[in-house]
Design a protein around this ligand. Structure first.
Ligand code: ADP
Length: 627
């Protein structure tokens, strides 16, 4: 038996060895003089490995038993913890043997190899004593921080670590994490509890890397803490992934919670499992509180919130979806926390796995009360508008009948007066009177035609179309207005192209249009000097239609944009309906009517009539009100 290497025992657990590389404290090492200087580090490392790994370490070393004696090989067993290491008998190799230290290590077996692993494994390992003084750190730990054990232990303040002082390893910790980590370590060391903590390590490379540290106390047989050993692992990727996951989960949850919708989830069987904050606020009650013994929670909730009139429908749809897996969208009334039923639109859809199995039902509920109300208001406004336009159409129609019938009635009156004059003459001129009576007859017929055609217009139809030549029609117009033309001293020039074919028209309506436009022109020119009162009616063939221009030398249109507006009139007795009706008639014939001012003065009305009876041509922006 050789004597134990007592001075090496207990790896720095308060016992000075003076052999640990970088160890700050040194103590009496007289016995170490007997150990070969080349083997001292190996023994110290074995101690460290034993302490860190918890596995006994056995190394070979050379020792001489007396001053000046031969070096002899011995085995040294480093036990993981206090109280004492047990030495084993020396190997029987003589000094100078060909054995090398490495060979002897190889021969000492698995324990040493296992201990060696700790220096090679991913991460770092270290040990420190009960005061926080580092006694060991794997090369990785030292290299990554570019610190030796001395650097780890270098005091940065006067107080010992356990009393709040800081040691050099502080520089290897992210400043934001250090205080909390150090405080926790002190707490664990005082309480003898394992330290499990994550903080950012500042590597010498400049990287700042999250690590997880696990530090455990080593205890003596009597339970006394004799030191600490621990490991640290780079968990940066996990931490970042975890942080990213946590953040994505947080933002997803936040999105669900703040989305302007009421959201909930159910199990595949329809058991509600989640209600968003907004939905809970909408309900205003604790959903658990609505649970009824024996009744599915879904039914209890639906019973509590769905309007009684909508309940059956909602229950049916829910049951249908749960049975078939089909999504659904339903509009119904739902009770709010204040007892008010609001219109909501509910949609649910199944979330499925890749093989189609329903994993969960997701539902969303939108409060559409405002929308429904707006729709109601819109509908009411439309009803009102429809009624108003009906009234307006009625007024328009009455006005148009009055307006159109007015013309032949005026002619009848004029002719009747003329007839009386011929009859009262001495001797009565019966022949002229008879001729006038015939004219009265025609005028009366014309009035009757107008009424029936206006009625047809009201029914959105036009009278029968016949292919009529425009010449005779225009002559009739001249005849109707002859007296007015003469009275107002207006010269009417009619220029008809010789190749004008008959056009498919309702002659009474087209005559109405011509009369209206010509009469307006006559009235417009009464303020002009008589010698400048000229009216020109021109009809030409333009492609597949006939174009008729009626121009005058009056003052021109006062407000060209409003000319065809119903009830727009600048005349004291005017109704402002004539041109609106004219335009509807022309458009009903598939043509168009517009007006413009001409230089130096005067207005020109132009309308077209297609040669073939075609579809109704719509004026852009035309609507029923001008018809
Ligand atoms: P009313 O003759 O009852 O006023 P109309 O619809 O026939 O209704 O005419 C509308 C308005 O168009 C007239 O009041 C007048 O101001 C204008 N207008 C129509 N024709 C002419 C024209 N030839 N010259 C100038 N203004 C005209």
């Amino acid at each position: 038996m050789i004597e134990p290497v007592g001075l090496l025992t207990g790896l720095g657990i308060g016992v000075a060895t003076g052999l640990l590389v970088g160890r700050r404290r040194t103590g009496a090492i007289s016995a170490t003089d007997s150990i070969h200087p080349d083997d001292r580090a190996a023994i110290a490392q074995a101690e460290a490995r034993a302490f860190c790994s918890g596995v006994p370490q056995v190394v070979s070393y050379r020792r001489r038993d007396r001053e000046g004696g031969d070096w002899r090989w011995h085995e040294y067993r480093a036990n993981p913890a206090y109280p004492a290491n047990v030495t084993v008998p020396p190997l029987v190799h003589a000094p100078g043997d060909a054995w090398t230290f490495a060979t002897s290590l190889g021969e000492t077996g698995d324990a040493v190899r296992a201990a060696k692993i700790i220096e090679d494994i991913y991460g770092s390992a270290f040990a420190f004593d009960t005061e926080g003084q580092f006694t060991y750190a794997t090369p990785t730990a030292q290299a990554s921080l570019a610190m030796t054990l001395d650097d780890f232990n270098a005091p940065l303040s006067d107080e010992p670590f356990l009393e709040g002082g800081d040691l050099g390893w502080k520089n290897g910790v992210h400043p934001e994490d250090y205080e909390a980590a150090a405080a926790e370590l002190r707490r664990c060391m005082r309480a003898g509890e394992p330290f499990n903590y994550e903080y950012r390590v500042l590597r010498a490379s400049g990287d700042c890397v999250w690590h997880r540290f696990a530090i455990r106390p080593a205890r003596a047989g009597d339970g006394r803490v004799t030191g600490w050993y621990g490991t640290g692992f780079d968990i940066d990727v996990f931490r970042k992934t975890d942080d990213a996951l946590r953040e994505s989960e947080r933002s997803l949850r936040e999105m669900v919670e703040t989305a302007p919708a009421l959201i909930w989830c159910m199990t595949p069987a329809g058991e509600p499992i989640y209600f968003s904050r907004r939905l809970r606020e909408f309900f205003g009650f604790d959903v658990d509180a609505k649970d009824k013994p024996g009744a599915p929670r879904l039914h209890s909730i639906l019973d509590a919130v769905i309007h009684p009139d909508d309940r059956d429908r909602v229950n049916e749809r829910f049951a249908y979806s749960l049975r078939t897996g089909d999504a659904y969208a339903l509009t119904h009334r739902q009770r709010r926390f204040d007892g008010v039923y609001r219109w909501v639109e509910t949609r649910i859809a199944a979330m499925r796995s890749e093989d189609g199995t329903i994993l969960q039902w997701n539902g969303v509920c939108l409060d559409i009360e405002e929308q429904i109300r707006a729709q109601d208001e819109l509908r009411q406004a439309q009803d009102k508008l429809a009624k108003a336009s009906e009234a307006a159409s009625l007024a328009e129609l009455s006005a148009s009948i009055a307006h159109e019938v007015n013309q032949p009635l005026a002619a009848i009156m004029t002719n009747a007066q003329a007839c009386r004059r011929w009859l009262e003459a001495d001797p009565p001129n019966l022949e002229r009177a008879r001729a006038i009576i015939e004219r009265v007859d025609r005028n009366a017929q014309s009035a009757a035609d107008i009424v029936s055609h206006i009625r047809a217009l009201f029914n959105r139809t036009t009278g029968p179309r016949t292919r009529a030549a425009l010449g005779p029609l225009i002559d009739e117009v001249r005849e109707l207005l002859a007296e007015q033309l003469v009275r107002d001293r207006i010269r009417l020039e009619i220029r008809l192209a010789s190749d004008l074919p008959p056009v498919p028209i309702d002659p009474v309506q087209i005559q109405q249009v011509l009369v209206n436009i010509v009469r307006n022109a006559i009235e417009a020119m009464t303020g002009m000097p008589p010698d400048r009162r000229r009216l020109c009616l021109k009809a030409v063939l333009a492609g597949d239609e006939v174009r008729i221009d009626i121009s005058d030398t009056g003052p021109g249109l006062p407000e060209p944009d409003r000319t065809f507006e119903a009830f727009f009139s600048t005349k004291a007795q005017g109704m402002g309906m004539g041109l609106a009706i004219c335009r509807s008639i022309i458009e009903a014939h598939g043509g168009s009517l517009h007006a413009e001012n001409r230089a130096p003065s005067g207005a020109c009305f132009t309308f077209t009539l297609p040669l073939t009876e075609g579809a109704l041509r719509q004026r852009p922006g035309a609507n029923g009100s001008s018809a």
